[in-house]
Design a protein around this ligand. Structure first.
Ligand code: SF4
Length: 253
């Protein structure tokens, strides 16, 4: 292990260890990561007027498995435009819903999950209406969302962060998780929920919901360019100096 490297100094002992608030070295690494990504890719800020209703973001996530964002955007918009309300979408026969979701990578899975999810909300709330979540703490709201069919941590965080709720919750997709693992910021085999649980306590306190959204979008760009699933392009990566894989710190362990 490279003794002097910032990651190697903390990686083993700090994951899962309670430290005084604000003292975890990963917090500074995240600050530097954000600055380096903005320096390389520029700002990616979602304008407040572009934030969608929580119900829209939920549907987008439920149907979005393994599907490009643009396709899921078009499918979600198309459903609402065609049927007029999420309650009407919930009543659409499964085969018809599957036909409407042909842009999705797995139309049948998407249709099944969506129908179950929307009807579960209607059973509990009388309508597809998530306004009650605004009265809950973010963690409690996410826990409620994760009881719904087809909703896991990425989607529950997305509803809280990327919708008009604009809460502090980190959305973690496959790119984000892979990069955090390779950098040594979260354990190597952490799933999305474990990555979220490891990451949230070390996110800089001064980061707003919009900063977290931008962080996620920037990491997605890095995952599509430098830190691809196979053969990461570490030599030119803007995060290399803080990355346990890029500096070879992980390989020397
Ligand atoms: S240095 Fe390599 S492993 Fe680390 S984030 Fe960049 S591309 Fe990924």
């Amino acid at each position: 292990m490279e003794v002097g490297h910032p990651v190697s100094r903390f990686r083993e002992p700090l994951i899962g260890m309670q430290l005084p608030l604000g003292s975890d070295p990963r917090t500074d690494i995240l600050r530097r990561t954000q600055a380096a990504l903005i320096g390389h890719f520029g700002r990616i800020v979602r304008p407040p007027e572009k934030r969608r209703a929580p119900e829209w973001v939920l549907v987008h996530g439920v149907i979005g498995a393994q599907t490009k964002t643009a396709a899921s955007n078009a499918s979600t918009e198309g459903l609402l435009a065609e049927y007029g309300s999420w309650e009407a979408v919930a009543a659409v026969p499964l085969a018809e819903l599957e036909t409407r979701l042909q842009r999705q990578t797995f139309p049948s899975v998407a249709a099944n999950r969506l129908k179950q999810c929307l009807n579960a909300i209607i059973d509990q709330r009388g309508a597809v209406d998530l306004r009650h979540l605004s009265n809950l703490e973010t963690a409690d709201a996410m826990a409620w969302l994760e009881t719904l069919p087809g909703v896991a941590r990425k989607n529950s965080a997305g509803v809280m962060n990327a919708s008009t709720f604009a809460r502090k919750a980190m959305v973690i997709d496959g790119h984000h998780r892979r990069i955090m693992q390779r950098m040594g910021i979260v354990p190597a085999k952490a799933d999305t929920a474990k990555t979220y649980d490891a990451l949230m306590p070390v996110v800089p306190q001064e980061w707003s919901a919009a900063d977290m959204d931008e962080h996620h979008l920037l990491l997605k760009k890095l995952g599509q360019s430098f830190c691809r699933p196979r053969a990461p392009h570490c030599e030119a990566c803007p995060l290399r100096s803080d990355c346990a894989t890029g500096t070879g710190a992980l390989a020397k362990r």
